[in-house]
Ligand binder design. Structure first.
Ligand code: PMP
Length: 331
């Protein structure tokens, strides 16, 4: 394939079945980290920019701004570089250092907010910063991935099609939840098509999206300290909360057993599969979305010092055996 735009090189057809993940059912990951800009967020970024263009919002002299835990920032920075749009990305100390360098190398401006909000995270602080900037500068355009319907539409249009074309109809589909764009878009399309896939939404303990008590989290990608506007629980999917220690253990288990270095939220999705293993029927085809790869997590999830400092040395020893399972719909 010869493309003329970087963001058209979406690798929607990369699936890896994890041999022996569970003896009774098959577990496959959809590797979104092989996309341009390194993550699933290229699809949301492209859709949001193209809808804003169609609405005539992006005109000469205007400047884009967006809040990001990292991956959307890289994706937006890549698209904006190609299109010549100036953009500022607002992020926080949990963003991978490499990701921030990546964004800067693509020519975007990065602002890092450092004050934790009342929910223990940074999202509200990032949004408060953006509101301050919007009030002072009327030429700024905020894409607002947490409320922008184009974020979910990207996954209705593309992610579900890629899954059906490249994998078929999954019996179970595990999806990490940050803005919930991936989850909402996939659920909507699967239900429109009348498909029986059991969708499991995966979030981190300490994230408030599923109504959990807020608490500090360290791994970027999933979780939110305020419920995203686009999140709507229509009771057609299950919700699982995973402890970050289990995320780390699962990432390391996959690296050691399969030679595949996955990002944090991929570990969370697989930890959720593991946690639900006794409920998944024998012979089921399970698919977990893997939003990014693990190189950006070498100094965190895959660093013994980093893990021991935050979670204690015990987090390094035990296998991935437990995951907090909460708010489950009855099966
Ligand atoms: N995993 C990673 C690594 C991400 O960067 C994101 C986006 N923040 C997600 C999962 C969650 O995706 P979404 O925002 O569509 O819920």
């Amino acid at each position: 394939m010869i493309a003329t735009r970087t963001y058209d090189l979406i690798a929607g057809d990369r699936f890896l079945e994890l041999d022996g993940f569970h003896p009774e059912f098959s577990t496959t990951v959809k590797l979104e980290g092989l996309n341009p800009a390194g993550s699933i967020k290229i699809k949301a970024a492209r859709e949001m920019i193209e809808r804003a263009e169609e609405q005539g919002l992006i005109t000469q002299g205007r400047h884009l701004i967006e809040s990001t835990s990292g991956n959307l920032g890289v994706a937006l920075a890549s698209i904006c570089a190609a299109k010549g749009y100036p953009i500022t990305l607002v992020t926080d100390p949990n963003a991978n250092a490499r990701t921030v360098r990546f964004i800067r190398a693509l020519g975007a401006r990065v602002v890092t907010v450092t004050n934790r909000d009342s929910a223990g995270g940074y999202l509200r602080s990032r949004i408060a910063y953006i509101h301050g900037r919007l009030a002072a500068d009327h030429d700024l355009i905020w894409l607002n991935q947490y409320a922008n319907p184009a974020n979910a539409a990207a996954h209705s249009r593309h992610t579900v099609t890629e899954i059906l074309d490249g994998f078929g109809v999954p019996d179970w589909l595990f999806i990490g939840t940050g803005t919930s764009g991936t989850l909402m878009g996939c659920v909507r399309r699967l239900r429109e098509l009348g498909l029986p896939t059991r969708v499991v939404a995966v979030d981190a303990v300490g994230s408030v999206t599923f109504g959990d008590v807020p608490g500090p989290r360290w791994i970027p990608g999933i979780g939110a300290s305020r419920v995203p506007e686009i999140f709507h629980d229509d009771a057609s999917f299950q919700k699982v909360l995973v402890d970050e220690v289990d995320t780390i253990r699962m990432c390391r288990r996959i690296a050691g057993r399969h030679g595949l270095l996955l990002g944090g939220s991929s570990g969370s999705a697989l930890a959720a599969v593991h946690a639900l293993r006794d409920r998944i029927p024998s012979g089921a085809r399970v698919l977990a979305l893997s939003p990014d790869m693990g190189e950006g997590y070498l100094d965190t999830v895959y660093s013994d010092e980093w893990v021991a400092e935050r979670f204690g040395r015990g987090a390094l020893d035990a296998p991935a055996e437990t995951a907090a399972v909460d708010h489950l719909l009855p099966l």
